[in-house]
Design a protein around this ligand. Sequence first.
Ligand code: FES
Length: 325
Amino acid sequence: GGIPPGVPISGLLTRDGVHGGGVLEEIHLTINGQSVHCAPGTTILDAARSLGIAIPTLCHHPDLKPEGACRICLVEEETAGRILASCVTPAAPDMAILTHSPTVLRHRTNIVRLMMANHPESCVVCDQGNRCTLRAVAADLGVGAIDLYPMKQAFLLEEANPFIVRDLSKCILCGRCIRADRELVVVGAIDYHYRGFDARPAAVRGKPLEKSPCTFCGTCVSMCPTGALRAKTLGYAGTPERWSETVCGFCGAGCSLRLGVSGGRVVDVEPSKRAGTVNRATLCVRGHFEHDYLQASDRLTSPALAREGVRTQVPWGKAVSFVVQ
Ligand code: FES
């Protein structure tokens, strides 16, 4: 193709090294003994995923620039014995990567143990419930009750605004909310504040969200891998039994979203995870939080014709014929 050699390309080649109709200067490496070819700039994480090898992640999100904040995605480079964060490390020629070596698992487990020591033991009353990624990663690594001294979390629940509840005691400082706000929503309402145990994502000068430029689009809520951010409108409504793909009904932008349903009721709303949607990982405040009309008892569920001030419900066929006439 027309891409000069040496230009970083994030994206994978096929296994025969062909991409976009041209042959690029490819990198060859092995991951868990399997051979893979990829374009320069491809991260070890993406190269592993192209082979179907799962590496756990917390701060990584495909729509955000990699940050390397949580270190859960560690892998071992076998030749040099180096431990690398796979989400931010580009693949290099002749690397021999191990994703689940005893050393990797030991480090990964210790990182999760430290996170859990800094996390409240409130899973049973956390709205995130079975959707918490930290809990899923801990369960996969066999981390349950931990023997580390638990760190006290003195953050107060922030719930004055009508849309988002923040419980920063559950924040793991992955920065996904901050990067989503900066890179996708482009508002810059929040950033890291303070240092050490006091570090947290917050609005300028620690002001409440409602006194910041935050548009309450809720992108940070759907990005949060724990229960640190949740939608106030749907709080404790239940864990979805199934997800339904649909299009937002509010405006003509056609944002794709998915509705979490339990017992015939919508209990969660997220941007769709499908590739190529117009809204990617974002929604607006209405698309994210204003779906109570779906369950309104007086919701219109069939067309109606208004004649001389009297509105009568009619079948769709009749309504469409009337409009056509
Ligand atoms: Fe790689 Fe967080 S997922 S450092």
